[in-house]
Design a protein around this ligand. Sequence first.
Ligand SMILES: NC(=O)c1ccc[n+]([C@@H]2O[C@H](COP(=O)([O-])OP(=O)(O)OC[C@H]3O[C@@H](n4cnc5c(N)ncnc54)[C@H](OP(=O)(O)O)[C@@H]3O)[C@@H](O)[C@H]2O)c1
Length: 268
Amino acid sequence: MSRFSGKVFVITGSSQGLGRAIASRVLSEGGSVVLNSRSQNKSEGLLESFKQYSERVIYVSADVTKPEQAKMLIERSIERFGRIDALINNAGMSAFGNLEDTEPSVIKEIIDSNLTGSLYMSHYAIPHLKKSKGSIEFISSLAAIHGLGSYSLYSSVKLAYIGAVQSLRKELHDYNVHVGAIYLGFTKNDTVKRTLNAKGELEPVPVRKGLPISSQDESAQVVLNQIYKRKTIVVQSLLGKANFIVNRIFPRIIHVVLLNQYRKMMKS
Ligand SMILES: NC(=O)c1ccc[n+]([C@@H]2O[C@H](COP(=O)([O-])OP(=O)(O)OC[C@H]3O[C@@H](n4cnc5c(N)ncnc54)[C@H](OP(=O)(O)O)[C@@H]3O)[C@@H](O)[C@H]2O)c1
């Protein structure tokens, strides 16, 4: 019997990147998956790539920042599979640029796609997760351990997940619903991945030189092990764990290290 047999996962933002890798793992371990992204035109190729699991996978195009579409995504999942065991709040745009230079529309887009969308999805999924005693998982980032210069929006929303986890653990404790977040380490990006600059233009993601980068499948396994073991907080990678611990005890050291990194980046 496979680990996720009979379990239904709703994974937002799963047409590419980490979300797709998580979907692939869940399917290969016997679970069912509701794939999602905004663009309907991605559905055909995506479903084709998972055709060996066609009985256990559907694709629902929905923008999670719109409450009616988040609701529809949950309703379609229930119509097809009759239950939801895990909601993975994975969809989210990234952005870089100093806050002073950033267009208000970009501020809104980053908050909506990462935070508002995750809260809408959780809101509509909770009644079903109470029935299944399931899980809500938030995909945070090492950028949430300590705010990074030029990533104030991204660090803000990813850190906000931790507050959501802490509150939801109280609200859902007596229903035995697991709530967790992962400080995801650097993970290989799809070549098509884009990030928003301060003006709101989509740009290729900068190459991360000299940093340890996990494969998408490695990161997917860490996320799924966390859900399976019902852990609250997981920090991925040695670098992440070291940062997390030092930041807890000596936050000023991490501030100074990151300030120097920021200054170097601004000069280059
Ligand atoms: N890659 C890393 O190193 C890394 C590190 C730490 C944390 N993370 C986090 O991991 C998650 C996945 O990252 P990734 O690198 O796989 O990102 P990605 O390649 O940019 O994929 C993002 C996915 O989200 C979808 N999406 C975006 N906005 C959406 C919305 N409003 N509603 C529904 N779907 C939406 C995109 O499809 P459409 O554009 O078609 O909607 C796409 O499928 C993100 O939350 C990211 O912040 C990544």
